[in-house]
Design a protein around this ligand. Structure first.
Ligand code: PMP
Length: 338
């Protein structure tokens, strides 16, 4: 018989899929690491389990304890799976810009969800950073995960995602491109790949409204770069410890509109029903096309599934309200075109 002993054993070993149409202008082999094949439908399952295991190992998380985290949803989902299998309670503190689907999904897997305003400073007592910390102080036998500064996050991707990419490309990968939020994915993968081959180039995809690109280029944390944006999962108004800028060769920024439009293109042109940060990642890759040559093997990572965004990017009214469909062609001949 061939079965997993519990859902956690199915995390990782996600497929790598060649992109064909959307990358037609790129003169290189482009492969997507498709992370929605994880049981919680995102890459974050990997780091959530690793953070829980490391906290159990050194006594920060004790039997029957409560896990508390500020999460945009995907980390919460991963933590929920770990909490169910291992017998912990879970409180997820989330901002009000996150999709309703993400909140409903978290509740479906047993998490208590606390919603905080998006448009407040990180040190405002109402911010999701502050509320998570306060709840952790007030809740007995609790553990505050802090995925931003918890280096088990990077370590999970160093131990799993990096080696998987190396093996799936037979060590031929030349570039890795990924959206950056906490930084765990990019830093863990970058550390592993650069140890194997220091010539591999690592590019982060950032959003307008986030500090990463400017910080990498100037060393300045510029508060003027910070404003609210729509894309979920990437970009920050803080510098998390998990972003290892030394391992990242550069950042490119993608607009909310492009992220949304390119997420739709991935579904229509490649059959990849992915989330909005994957639209950012592929648009970022296309913006970098002059970096790649015919012998290159470019890997892009798609963090999560489109099912979390059906009420947003995959909803025409939502797209139109934001002006994201303004270039839409509605000629009859286009509607019936094969
Ligand atoms: N995309 C999505 C949808 C995410 O949930 C996250 C996690 N915040 C990221 C990208 C960025 O990954 P990381 O936090 O590892 O930088």
């Amino acid at each position: 018989m061939k079965y997993a002993n519990n859902i956690l054993e199915t995390i990782g070993n996600t497929p790598m899929v060649k992109l064909n149409k959307i990358t037609s202008e790129i003169d290189a082999l482009v492969l997507a690491k498709v992370e929605y094949f994880n049981p919680g439908h995102s890459c974050k399952d990997r780091m959530a389990l690793k953070m829980v295991e490391d906290a159990e190992a050194d006594g920060r998380l004790k039997p029957g304890g409560t896990i508390i985290e500020g999460t945009s949803g995907n980390t919460g989902m991963g933590l929920a799976l770990a909490a169910i299998v291992k017998g912990y309670k879970l409180i997820c503190v989330i901002t009000d810009k996150q999709s309703k689907e993400k909140m409903d999904i978290l509740r479906a897997v047993g998490a208590k969800v606390v919603i905080c305003p998006t448009d407040v400073e990180p040190n405002d007592p109402r911010s999701y950073y502050s509320v998570s910390k306060r709840l952790a102080e007030e809740t007995p036998n609790s553990w505050y995960v802090n995925q931003y500064d918890n280096l088990s996050n990077t370590q999970a991707n160093y131990e799993q995602t990096g080696p998987e990419i190396w093996e799936q490309t037979d060590g031929k990968v030349t570039h890795f491109i990924v959206g950056v939020g906490t930084g765990g994915t990019i830093s863990g993968v970058a550390k592993f790949l650069k140890e194997k081959n220091p010539n591999i180039k690592i590019w982060g995809v950032d959003t307008y409204g986030s500090v990463f690109k400017k910080y990498k280029e100037t060393g300045i944390f510029d508060e003027n770069e910070v404003y609210s944006y729509v894309t979920e999962g990437i970009g920050e108004d803080i510098l998390p410890q998990n972003v290892n800028f030394d391992l990242i060769d550069g950042f490119t920024k993608v607009t909310d509109k492009d992220a949304a439009v390119y997420t739709r293109k991935l579904a229509l042109e490649e059959g990849l029903f992915v989330g909005m940060s994957s639209g950012s990642a592929i648009k970022g890759l296309l913006q970098l096309k002059d970096e790649f040559g015919p012998d290159d093997v470019v890997v892009v990572l798609f963090h999560d599934s489109g099912s979390r965004y059906v009420g947003k990017i995959f909803n025409d009214d939502w797209m139109r309200d934001r002006g994201y469909l303004e270039d839409e062609i509605t000629k009859a001949e286009d509607l019936i075109k094969e």
